[in-house]
Design a protein around this ligand. Structure first.
Ligand code: ADP
Ligand code: ZN
Length: 514
């Protein structure tokens, strides 16, 4: 990682543009460093949470540099809105995607060639057409920004094969700055991005994922609708909010029910007629205090600053999903709530859905690991924010004081001895077995596999027979969540450096009482 360049006159020009076009007085966090790097002709990787302010990182350099900034984005449905917003600010912006007529395409192409554009949004499949590439060969290009860059990675949940074709950019335009932006942070995804866009030597700008103004809460699901209504009435009456449900049916039922209870609510899901969907979205953006009950189809690119709560009546798919969905609350920085209820049935449900999907095994394994991480979060007896951030590779040194476990600590029991048993089972079996096998060893199940590996002769065999399988799986999950165990390939668990303190009895461990 190289240090950002020293301040230059570019900085003044950048701030002027920021003020003149957007009316903002200062860059936020690392935005200024990114703008300086790219405006100066450098490449960069930007890892910033949703709502962090990625757009300005390519918009400002596009205006600073001669030529047009090419923004690659998979979100075709949002391009028109983005372009309209920019045009309203006086920026010469356009988009190229399959929604344009042939005449529309020609118009944009000629504006591009005659230097009449500052920013051009392009869908990846459109960019990769020979016609577009030949056009770009002749056009003045200021930079390439690859938005949602995690789409290059098969490991991620949004994999788009076209994105892998973007390796054409470094090959064909080696001297034009490339900027990759994403809100998905895991190491594998990052490595894939660096590889496809050849950003190996480029500086990486990684922002904190913490959203301190969001209060995270997870409760046991008892009567979800009543729980939701009580929550809204007690804390968010008259506020704008989003309620996520898994199925279209529950979206409609919940919206209708909230209406009968005097909450201004509207349903949104992909099965509704476009007109109804658009009207729900328009109303949400323009009215104060509307609650949208929706499937995850709702929210991509919604930039409403004063969403006061995001509620989950069903489990999200992954921590990434949870983070992205809850991140739509409180973009204005004011206190907001991320509220979720989940129960055993939900866990069984998502597991069954995952198992019966016809996705390739590798994909299923990844998804199941992601689900495990989410469940660990749900069960955490420690600060939720610490668990959330640690999933994204970030360490929060102190409990946050603004999540349910910080505010109402659950009753916890010392589980140091059990943790020692589990950790030594992991180590003695060679740091490579999954939770099922480790549980067999701990409980003393002399399965064929246990015996054939000789694990029934280990001193840890059967030391944990006093607890049931659920207990041990729960304990192992918590150890992963807290970083005492690392999850590797094929779900294999291995003890981390942190585990030593527990094994040596230098540190105790308290876990949530079920
Ligand atoms: P992302 O793409 O990372 O989700 P956006 O670029 O949409 O985030 O920015 C999120 C919000 O923050 C937008 O409303 C944007 O106008 C605002 N914002 C971004 N940077 C600044 C800044 N430097 N000053 C004030 N507001 C900003
Ligand atoms: Zn906390």
């Amino acid at each position: 990682m190289s240090a950002p360049a020293a301040p230059t006159t570019h900085d003044t020009a950048a701030l002027n543009i920021l003020k003149k076009v957007w009316g903002y007085d200062a860059f936020r966090g690392v935005q200024g460093d990114i703008v300086r790097t790219v405006a100066g002709g450098g490449n960069a990787l930007v890892l910033m949470p949703t709502g962090g302010g990625k757009s300005l990182c390519y918009q400002v350099p596009s205006l600073l540099r001669p030529g047009v900034g090419i923004i690659v984005s998979p979100l075709i449905a949002l391009m028109k809105d983005q372009v309209d917003t920019l045009r309203a600010l006086g920026v010469r912006a356009a988009f190229l995607n399959s929604t344009l007529s042939l005449d529309g395409v020609r118009e944009v192409e000629s504006a591009l060639l005659s230097g009449e554009l500052d920013l051009l949004y392009v869908a990846p499949e459109r960019l990769l057409l020979p016609r577009t590439l030949e056009l770009l060969d002749r056009a003045p290009v200021a930079l390439f920004a690859v938005d949602e860059a995690h789409c290059v990675s098969q490991w991620g949940h949004d994999f788009r094969p076209e994105y892998q074709g973007l390796n054409v950019l470094p090959d064909r335009y080696p001297h034009i700055p490339r900027l990759a932006l994403t809100a998905t942070a895991d190491d594998r995804t990052r490595a894939d991005i660096l590889n496809v866009l050849q950003l190996g030597g480029a500086p990486q700008f990684i922002s904190s994922f913490d959203r301190p103004n969001i209060q995270y809460r997870v409760a046991n699901k008892e009567g979800p609708k009543t729980q939701l209504l009580d929550f809204i009435n007690a804390e968010h009456r008259g506020d704008a909010g989003i309620v996520y449900c898994l199925s279209r049916k529950s979206v409609e039922e919940t919206a209708r029910w909230l209406q009968t209870q005097g909450v201004d609510a509207v349903a949104y899901h992909a099965g509704l007629p476009p007109r109804e969907r658009n009207s729900a979205q328009e109303r949400f953006l323009n009215e104060e205090g509307l609650v949208v009950v929706a499937t995850v189809a709702f929210g991509m690119g919604i930039d409403k600053p004063n969403v006061r709560f995001v509620a989950h009546l069903d489990l999200p798919k992954s921590m990434e999903g949870y983070y992205q969905e809850t991140g739509r609350a409180g973009r204005d920085g004011l206190p907001s709530t991320a509220w979720m209820v989940y129960g055993l049935a939900d866990v069984v449900n998502v597991r069954r859905m995952l198992a019966s999907s016809d996705a390739p095994e590798e994909v299923k394994r990844v998804e199941s690991a992601k689900l495990d991480a989410l469940l660990t979060y749900c069960e955490a007896a420690t600060c939720r924010r610490q668990v959330l951030l640690s999933y994204f590779g970030e360490e929060l040194p102190e409990p946050c004081g603004n999540c349910d476990t910080c505010l109402n600590p659950p009753s916890v029991r010392d589980a140091t001895r059990e943790a020692q048993m589990a950790l030594s089972a992991v180590i003695r079996t060679g740091n490579r077995f999954g939770a099922a096998h480790l549980t067999d060893v701990l409980m003393g199940h002399a399965t064929e596999r246990v015996v054939s590996l000789g694990h029934h002769q280990l001193p840890t065999f059967a030391v944990g027979a006093a607890h049931d399988e659920k207990y041990w799986r729960g304990l192992l999950r918590q150890l992963v969540s807290l970083g005492y165990l690392a999850a590797g390939e094929h779900h294999g668990l291995s003890a981390t450096g942190k585990a030593r303190a527990i094994l040596k009895g230098e540190q105790t461990l308290a876990l949530r009482e079920d």
